[in-house]
Design a protein around this ligand. Structure first.
Ligand SMILES: [Zn+2]
Length: 663
């Protein structure tokens, strides 16, 4: 998901050209992966273990906004330990009443806080073991989180499921869609149907069910499998869904209701299935490489739809180079109708929802950013399937970095937009936004543990993007390779933070891994600042030298022709250790750059040359996106050339503007 409505994305991301943000050298999207990534790709999984597969049939009652479903779950215990229960998520019950965990946890200023005008629910009608017909639902604990919440259920089994054993469950249920909330529901005749069926929690490697009630701010987690879903909708409705669409079916249990048709979608190797149905969708299709891309959008949104398709033309080769091939045959983009904003900005396997107004000026890249962001989730969530509830930064944080890196590659300084001479760049502003709450909350915690939606948004999205962006700019393409190794090595797996740190340590070294752990797990922060600048024109030796008869008085003689000596002190406040460059500009116009490893609380850079210092600039290329305060990164001395004074004033004005915009 994206945190902000599309209209505010422009304001939520800015760094001004005259601030001096520079891009690291761009990598061409079309280039083949580096030898390291090519090797990693050879060893990459081509498919996950099939654990939880669903064969479902569902019919939409478009007038009551209810989905009637039935089908089977096929579950295999892939662990080496028997399991004696099942856990089932019933996410739609989060919108059943105001006392659900989700709605009672509401925090202002974030998604899911809109008012529900029609309650939603999921009512299980049947949940029985295939074969024996044993009714498992009768024994279910349907309120494991207290008397009010029904968003998950524990189902004890009469006989444990042995390692390697497969069971099938037959089920039937009714899903009453809520008014649009949290990326699901209906608005008029538009239906966005997500988290709509009884869905097994994930049985992790230790044979522990990773289950949870549907928490505010949090998302989902489940095992991979194959989906075969047949949907019955009114004839006039256009359907978009996860997977590959088959022609309308006439077979099946009974004929479709009069004026209705059935469509079937199948998709292997995914861990969720969502769909949408509306009788006013306009659709376009385009083949991009091997992928059939389909976009559904409201009438009058053609220009925005074209921009979203153009984004995908860029994104497929870019993400292929960065994180490996997109392994599915289809991608469906859904642009919801205007008054269904909360249905927008969401990711499901092979289906993403975008959002925003019908007209966005071309200088503002909101449609492109939201499209890139949601597509990035196909990798970080879809393929690299971490527990989104427990470690949201592995999902939203990594996706925000991938979005930012892609947009910077595509548009450079104008990644977020351009207005006259003002170019708005995503790196700098994510740094400013991410720095706001750095002392308030730790990044490495479950979504619902954050103090507020504000700290969650700024830390999980912007701060995490800035942390990775700092490494990308500091380590250059070595970081692209390292992050690309992680994306490939854990494709079709469920990595945890330790997997990420270990990959970064093996690929980039201990310092990078330590930086990440301090920043993510310990509220790490850093502020580089110019301390003192000391120097004087060298006058040679002065004073008394030697003893007794050998004592000599020296009056000093200036080195020929002119010579200055001294030092510049650079301070590193805070707890993050990261190398930083320092540029020294001299009055004669010359410049030197020094890289300090950032270890220790301060360093002195010796001065020894023919000209005195005009100005000192820490991190002149803006690589350290997590620097807490940029206003102390530049020091001007008397005699500074006007161009440097202009640069410095512009920097301060830019930072002030950023802070005003994002407070
Ligand atoms: Zn997201």
């Amino acid at each position: 998901m994206r945190t902000t409505p599309a209209a505010s994305v422009l304001l939520a991301s800015a760094c001004f050209t005259f601030l001096g943000c520079h891009d690291a050298p761009l990598s061409a999207s079309e280039q083949p992966p580096s030898p390291k990534l090519a090797r990693e790709e050879e060893a990459m999984l081509s498919a996950p273990e099939e654990v939880a597969s669903y064969t479902l049939s569902a019919s939409l009652d478009e007038k009551e906004h209810v989905v009637h479903g039935e089908g089977t779950i096929r579950f295999t215990n892939r662990t080496d330990t028997p399991t004696s229960s099942l856990w089932v998520h019933l996410y739609m019950n989060a919108f059943k009443n105001s006392k659900s965990v989700f709605l009672s946890e509401i925090v202002p200023g974030f998604r899911g806080s809109g008012s529900v005008t029609r309650w939603g629910a999921i009512d299980v009608k049947k949940f029985a073991l295939k074969g024996s017909g044993e009714d498992l639902w009768a024994r279910a604990n349907r309120r494991p989180n207290g008397p009010d919440d029904e968003s998950e259920a524990e189902i004890p089994l009469s006989a444990p499921i042995a390692p390697g054993q497969t069971i099938e469950i037959e089920m039937a249920w009714d899903t009453t869609l809520p008014s649009i909330v949290e990326r699901t529901g209906f608005q008029d005749s538009f239906h966005m149907v997500g988290q709509w069926f009884p869905k097994l929690a994930r049985l992790d490697e230790h044979a522990v069910w990773a289950h949870f009630p549907f928490h505010h701010l949090a998302e989902f987690y489940s095992d991979f499998g194959n989906y075969d879903v047949t949907l019955e909708v009114p004839d006039a409705y256009v359907v978009g869904a996860t997977g590959v669409r088959s022609a309308a079916l006439k077979e099946g249990a009974g004929a479709p209701a009069t004026g209705h048709r059935r469509v079937r979608y199948t998709q292997k190797n995914v861990h969720d299935f969502a769909w949408t149905a509306w009788d006013h969708f306009v659709e376009r299709e385009e083949k991009m490489g091997d992928v059939a891309v389909r976009i559904l959008f409201p009438e009058g949104y053609d220009a925005i739809a074209e921009r979203e398709l153009a984004t995908m033309r860029f994104a497929f080769p870019h993400f292929r180079a960065r994180y490996g091939p997109y392994p599915y045959e289809t991608l469906t983009l859904v642009h919801p109708l205007p008054n269904a904003d909360e249905a927008g900005g969401m990711e499901y396997p092979t289906l993403i929802t975008t959002g925003g107004a019908w007209a966005v000026p071309s200088f503002a890249r909101a449609p492109e950013i939201i499209t890139v962001h949601e597509f990035a989730h196909q990798y970080f969530y879809g393929l690299v399937a971490s527990n989104e509830m427990k470690w949201p930064y592995l999902d939203e944080g990594f996706t925000s970095f991938a979005e930012m890196e892609a947009m910077q590659t595509w548009y450079g300084h104008a990644a977020v937009g351009r207005l006259g001479p003002l170019e708005v760049d995503e790196y700098g502003a994510q740094g400013v936004i991410g720095a706001r709450n750095v002392h308030d909350d730790v990044i490495a915690q479950p979504a619902h543990k954050f103090r507020s939606g504000a700290t969650y948004g700024s830390l999980i999205y912007s701060r995490m993007a800035s942390i990775l962006g700092t490494l990308r700019r500091t380590y250059g393409d070595a970081f692209i390779d390292a992050f690309g190794v992680y994306a490939r090595r854990f494709r079709f797996r469920h990595p945890e933070p330790a997997d990420f740190y270990a990959t970064m340590e093996s690929e980039l070294g201990k310092d990078a891994a330590a930086f990440l752990e301090e920043a993510i797990a310990k509220k790490g922060w850093v502020d580089f600042a110019v301390g003192s600048v000391f120097g004087e024109r060298s006058a040679g030796d002065k004073g008394l030298f030697g003893e007794s008869a050998n004592r000599e008085k020296r009056e000093g003689t200036a080195k020929d022709p002119v010579h200055y000596e001294g030092f510049i002190e650079i301070l590193r406040r805070g707890t993050l250790v990261i190398p930083v460059e320092v540029e020294i500009r001299f009055k004669d116009g010359s410049r030197t750059r020094t890289t300090w490893d950032g270890k220790g609380e301060a360093t002195r850079i010796p001065l020894d040359g023919p000209s005195y210092v005009a100005s000192v600039v820490i991190d002149p290329d803006g690589k350290v996106l997590v620097d807490q305060d940029l206003s102390n990164n530049t020091t001007l001395l008397s005699g500074t050339p006007p161009s440097d004074v202009t640069f410095s004033i512009a920097s301060l004005v830019s930072q002030w503007l950023l802070q005003v915009l994002f407070q």
